[in-house]
Design a protein around this ligand. Sequence first.
Ligand code: CP
Length: 307
Amino acid sequence: MYRGMDVISALQFSRSDIEHLIRVAEELRRRVEFGEKLEIAKGRILFTAFFEPSTRTRLSFQFAMTKLGGMVVDLGPEEVSSMAKGESPEDTLRTVDSYNPDVIVVRHREPGFAARAAEICKTPVINAGDGYNEHPTQALLDVYTIWRALGRIDGVRIGLMGDLKYGRTVSSLSYALSNFRDVEIHFVSPRELQPREEVLRVLDKRRVRYELHEKPDEVIEKLDVLYVTRLQKERMKPEDYERLKGSYIINYEYLKKFTHIPLIMHPLPRVWELTPDVDGLPQAIYFEQARNGLYIRMALIKEILGL
Ligand code: CP
């Protein structure tokens, strides 16, 4: 089903696809944690091209392939490639594709870039984030994290908070959750950072229940999960960032006034919107969330390579 597939949007994944990937991720996790040295992807090459900064996505893909027994080649920063001489990302990928890697993982600041890369390359392309548009593998790890923490995804009541306009994890997660029954999404953001129309249209079409809020106080006690995101400083005007900065902050002082504290997730990196004094709460699962990215990406690579 997945063999040779490009992964561009979270909308490509059905409920059964996600459940299958979770099962594969759990099996790989069990084997890795048992200390097994996997050779599933021996002789295969994953190429990573990040034209935008990343810690978790880039490294977890690289670790995932390495732990599957495969090899990783990384483009490196722009200044060491011929992009520093003015070569386009498209020509860079065209060249790499001709070296026959087995899978290409690409991140770029431009919405729609991953789809274009997939047209250029005969190698399967995985979208590791294209501007404000989508981040489908983040959605997979987010859903996997919810499943691990709650034992279910059906019926989850989730607050998606922060920069919902420019934050690509929120659109992809909304799409992934729309496969499940009785999900309730509470979007919490300043009015001008509400989710994009195209995201809400998909939710309407799929009859997902959602509400828009400006403050988390209105909903926090109803939620199973509060998913916090940072303002995407790099995608907004500096004056807008300065004005909206600090419009919401989740810290221990804020959370302790509620009788029920939901699970706290964050795709990371965090800046000021989620303070380190929350880290000690049992509900703070964002570093576990990042760790889950390793196993779900191992599962995805395994399936795309047909291993
Ligand atoms: N969540 C996420 O995409 O993190 P990075 O930007 O560090 O990859």
